[in-house]
Write a protein that binds this ligand. Structure first.
Ligand SMILES: NC(=O)C1=CN([C@@H]2O[C@H](COP(=O)(O)OP(=O)(O)OC[C@H]3O[C@@H](n4cnc5c(N)ncnc54)[C@H](O)[C@@H]3O)[C@@H](O)[C@H]2O)[C@@H](O)CC1
Ligand SMILES: Nc1ncnc2c1ncn2[C@@H]1O[C@H](COP(=O)(O)OP(=O)(O)O)[C@@H](O)[C@H]1O
Ligand SMILES: [K+]
Length: 504
């Protein structure tokens, strides 16, 4: 499977085992060969232009030096800015340096001004990054993407934490290289796909350096992919002899006075993602009809019978005592449940609700954005963003539920064997009001059609992001994409995936 993610600790363990079998320096040579091949691909017909490589003090710098020597031997002009540290380089990096010196690479001591370059290669720091980039390193990191050519990061864009995807440091002036491409070695890493990772890593290619599988340890997480929810896709094909009762009911609980939009968006999404019947159990009795989707049924929330129905609670729910009573009732029920938005904020401050949630047996999905997650954990959103994977894991354990921690590189965590997944679809077009409501509605629709909490979360998040990607492809966004445009695109994707899953 090519969607496996490894922590720095795991990569070090694999590297250690492989290096013991292969001998010192072999992995660095292979990294340099793989990177040079990728660099030549990226150069394409611009092989006559020089390549600038920045090499740092550790083995990431060694990779850059090997890459430089390989490029030189392929006839490319290589300019190397080497910044050794105070300590002597490792033996393998010292050998890479000698090889680069012998190969005819040109060593420079400052970035060239106004040079026309074919490619910039970032080999400052990799998984050994220990603290915030400062001084010359920070200056360089900021300048590497100013040459108007692609930037290839070796292993990890320098300055980025490979585990968390956060730019390392605490100040506002923390920096990391912004690459257009990253070639990452041995295995893929979570930090390239979430938080700041997507902005800094660009397109990620994985090269396993030819390490045999038996040296690998268990992955720490996965990238979300259709395969991960294919079992429920395959079951979603519709037999002929069915009726609306065959595909479940979803009820959206929310819609306090002045907040009608959120439950309506969630309800439309649930309808178009295939729920047999969709209700809005509104706190505001004035909310009675949706002219775009008159199929939706509006009911008074307080007298509504939730039994046998999937509940999505939170969109536009507000924090009134009536909302809290309703929340208690749905958490206390046997219904599959999605908790979003205001339901999460209520939950955060209420030990009784949390106690009830912990006792639930039915499938439960929580879909917090970072601030909602922070309230649930009693920390700040900066703490959540500093380690999104860990925050999602922590929430899954604490509430014994499936957690969808939203944002760039949404993290899906289950408190079971399936572990953690990071989503790869979606784009900043989703950074607009109401898209979270759509996600909760889709999640509810999949749950009510019999998907497990884990596959519903994985599937809903993947399709929600893929819908935004498809809309951007059509010129609808990222700027100005609206939440209301998503459900139709999600419907097309769901039908396509079910078709593909059943003809396999
Ligand atoms: N050892 C091996 O077998 C292999 C290592 N590989 C490469 O080696 C990298 C890891 O190498 P290292 O462990 O040497 O780590 P790095 O090359 O990432 O950096 C470590 C060095 O940088 C210093 N440092 C860390 N953060 C700093 C900062 N903010 N400012 C200034 N100095 C800082 C450390 O003190 C240390 O000297 C991987 O990312 C990968 O690119 C690959 O060649 C694959 C094989
Ligand atoms: N920059 C981004 N890249 C990818 N997805 C994003 C981005 N910003 C937001 N999203 C997605 O958009 C949705 C926003 O949900 P939420 O924050 O709850 O908004 P709202 O409450 O307005 O509906 C989530 O699914 C989130 O993952
Ligand atoms: K790097």
């Amino acid at each position: 499977m090519d969607n496996l993610l490894y922590s720095v600790e795991s990569i070090r363990a694999i590297e250690h085992a492989a290096a013991a079998a292969l001998g010192e320096g072999v992995l660095m040579q292979r990294a340099g060969q793989a990177a040079a091949r990728f660099a030549l691909d990226l150069l394409g017909e611009h092989r006559k232009l020089p390549v600038l490589l920045v090499a740092g003090p550790g083995n990431n710098g060694g990779d850059a030096l090997e890459t430089a020597a390989n490029l030189r031997e392929a006839g490319v002009e290589a300019l190397v800015l080497y910044l050794p540290g105070e300590a002597a380089p490792s033996a393998e990096t010292a050998r890479a340096l000698a090889r680069a010196q012998a190969s005819g690479v040109r060593f420079i001591d400052a970035l060239p001004d106004h040079a026309q370059l074919g490619l910039v290669v970032d080999g400052l720091f990799g998984i050994g990054l220990a603290r915030q980039l400062q001084g010359r390193h920070a200056e360089l990191a900021l300048r590497l993407d100013t040459f108007g050519c692609p930037v290839l990061a070796l292993d990890v864009p320098s300055g980025l934490d490979a585990d968390t995807g956060a730019v390392v440091g605490v100040n506002d002036d923390r920096v990391a290289v912004s690459a257009t491409h990253t070639i990452t070695f041995i295995g893929d890493k979570p930090g390239l796909h979430t938080c700041d990772g997507r902005d800094h890593a660009g397109i990620v290619r994985v090269d396993d350096l030819g390490i045999e599988r038996h040296h690998f340890v268990a992955p720490d997480a996965r990238l979300n992919a259709v395969d991960m929810f294919a079992s429920d896709l395959a079951l979603a094909r519709r037999p002929q002899n069915t009726h609306k009762g065959s595909f479940g009911d979803v009820v959206i609980v929310g819609g306090a006075h002045g907040m009608a939009g959120a439950p309506v968006l969630a309800a439309r999404a649930a309808l178009l993602a295939g729920a047999g019947r969709v209700f809005v159990a509104a706190l505001d009795p004035g909310l009675a009809y949706d002219s775009v989707h008159p199929e939706l049924m509006f009911r008074d929330a307080v007298s509504f019978d939730f039994s046998g129905r999937t509940v999505v609670a939170g969109p536009g729910m507000g924090d009134a005592p009536a909302a809290r009573r309703l929340l208690f009732k749905v958490i206390d029920s046997d219904s599959p449940l999605v908790l979003d938005a205001d339901a999460l904020n209520q939950l955060a401050g209420d030990a009784d609700l949390q106690g009830k949630l912990a006792q639930r047996k039915a499938p439960t999905v929580l879909t917090p954005h970072p601030l909602e997650a922070a309230r649930l954990l009693g920390v700040t959103s900066a703490v959540v963003q500093a380690d999104r994977v860990e925050a999602a894991r922590e929430l899954a354990g604490r509430f014994d539920a499936t957690i969808v921690l939203k944002g760039s590189g949404t993290v899906i965590a289950e408190n079971e064997a399936n572990g953690v997944a990071i989503n790869t679809t979606g784009n900043p077009g989703l950074a607009t009001a109401g898209t979270g409501d759509v996600l909760s509605g889709v999640c509810g629709a999949l749950l009510t059609q019999g998907w497990s909490a884990g596959t519903a979360a994985l599937g809903a998040v993947w399709m929600h992001g893929a819908a935004a990607d498809a809309l951007v492809e059509q010129g609808i966004g990222p700027i100005g994409l609206t939440a209301g445009e998503l459900p139709g695109a999600i419907r097309s994707i769901l039908n396509r995936l079910v078709r593909e899953a059943t003809v396999r």
